[in-house]
Design a protein around this ligand. Structure first.
Ligand code: SF4
Length: 453
């Protein structure tokens, strides 16, 4: 297993692991029900979606230009950011031109990726996460542990304790009461904020519209009740036409949250027009590269088909045991194990490729059919070749013994003595397992006798 994920798995509290495991199993079951309710053949729809996203990657440069041109026609100001620093600087510059220092933020993994909140805070702004899960993450000074459900690792009791600490209301485990406490607190922030920041679920090339999906209504308030709306979009989040949404909206909702469609779908065309009373006066979009062009040029480009549904996390037996914190990156689970080293290099994150049993479940549930297991195998090899594999010495010793019959046979003769060798982890290992009984005679001896060799 990945060194960092393995280390984390030894420290995770049993109740946290149980929260992650229960929630991710429930989400996997909901996903199956939702997709089969919507499609006669979900697999066929997934293959089609994969082809559409393949087309996007094959024509990314021209689709981006088309998207930019149409955004500008709609009155949206387009910015290009090569890396996190450039994106953060552009956004900070825009915020400085806006009014006030309070910023309401809708859920956005792209802004998590560039650590935007920290940058804004260091420069005197107060970004306030308004998605319920992200809000809990923020007040707990935590990081999201899942790309769709950021607090999958917490239960209602823990959330209530956080709310009590922040004086949001009395202790309760009733979901509606917890939601009401957060709502009352966030409403006053929405009323005061003039700047809103969001991510983008889909950018539509042929219309220049930004599409956002959500269930809480906070994205709508963050993007329409403010004077200045800034959207941050990874350059791969494009769809060629709005007709493609007929495939992607139910596929994303079904795969992510087990819904047939999300409660809200927002189509943002631009700032408010002269005859309109609602909406922001300015809409900006920051198109973020931050390593995506590098991934595009390599063997892992298909990971850029990802629509951030989280289904591969929910189904992954490793993720279910450790949750997202173990991956030490904003993108966790099977997606993160490919995307994190793709964005930041195998030396930094290549070990995540080992946090997988290679069972293939991630590829099976992926709505755009990304061949994650194949990529993980290749990443393991690449990480080893880059000299970033930290546990190769024991495997080298094993390979040496396993390929030399004399050493192998001598080793086998010593196996019965293995339980007598002191090992610091032996007690922990044996606490839940029994060593197999020593059969006295080896298979080799038995076979030699049988064939008379
Ligand atoms: S890799 Fe596939 S299953 Fe995983 S989050 Fe992305 S789209 Fe969803």
């Amino acid at each position: 297993m990945s060194t960092r994920v393995e280390k984390y798995s030894n420290t995770i509290k049993p109740e946290t692991a149980a929260n992650v495991s229960n929630a991710s199993q429930a989400k996997t079951a909901q996903r199956v029900t939702a997709l089969h309710a919507f499609y006669d053949d979900p697999d066929q729809m997934q293959r089609w979606a994969s082809k559409v996203k393949g087309y996007v990657l094959d024509h990314l440069a021209e689709l981006l230009i088309q998207f930019e041109t149409n955004c500008i026609k709609n009155g949206i100001v387009v910015h290009w950011a090569e890396d996190a620093k450039e994106a953060n600087d552009v956004i900070l510059g825009l915020c400085k031109q806006g009014a006030g220092t309070t910023i309401v933020k809708a859920k956005s993994m792209a802004t998590e990726e560039i650590h935007l909140n920290k940058h804004l805070e260091q420069n005197g702004f107060q970004p306030i996460e308004t998605d319920l899960g992200e809000f809990v993450v923020q007040i707990d000074d935590d990081v999201p542990t899942h790309i769709v459900t950021p607090i999958i690792h917490k239960n209602r009791g823990e959330i209530s304790k956080s709310f009590l600490r922040e004086n949001l209301g009395p202790e309760t485990t009733v979901p509606e009461e917890l939601a009401a406490q957060a709502r009352a607190h966030l409403r006053s922030k929405f009323r005061g904020a003039k700047i809103g920041i969001s991510g983008v679920n889909f950018g539509i090339a042929d219309t220049g519209r930004i599409v956002l999906v959500e269930n809480e209504g906070n994205s709508r308030l963050s993007t329409t009740a403010v004077d200045l709306h800034i959207a941050v979009m990874g350059i791969e989040k494009l769809l060629p036409t709005e007709q493609d949404l007929a495939t992607f909206l139910p596929l994303l909702a079904g795969s992510a949250t087990g819904q047939r469609i999300t409660t809200y779908t927002h189509f943002i065309t631009g700032p408010k027009q002269v005859d309109q009373t609602d909406g922001p006066s300015e809409v900006h979009i920051v198109l973020l590269d931050n390593g995506r062009s590098k991934i595009m040029a390599g063997d892992y480009r298909d990971i850029l088909k990802c629509i951030r549904c989280g289904a591969c996390l929910n189904v992954c037996p490793v993720y279910r045991q450790v949750g997202g914190h173990g991956y030490a990156h904003v993108y966790s689970g099977p997606l993160g194990a490919v995307l994190a080293p793709g964005l930041e290099g195998v030396k930094a994150y290549g070990d995540l490729a080992k946090a997988s049993s290679l069972c293939g479940a991630c590829e099976e549930v992926c709505p755009v059919k990304i061949p994650i297991p194949r990529m993980l195998l290749q990443l393991r090899d690449e990480t080893f070749r880059a000299g970033a594999n930290t546990d190769h010495i024991p495997w080298r010793v094993f390979a040496m013994g396993a390929t030399k019959p004399f050493i192998w046979k001598s080793g086998l003769m010593m196996v019965p003595m293995a339980p007598l060798v002191p090992h610091p982890l032996a007690a922990a290992w044996k606490s839940s397992r029994d060593l197999p009984k020593n059969e006295q005679a080896s298979f080799r001896k038995w076979w030699s006798k049988k064939v008379g060799a």
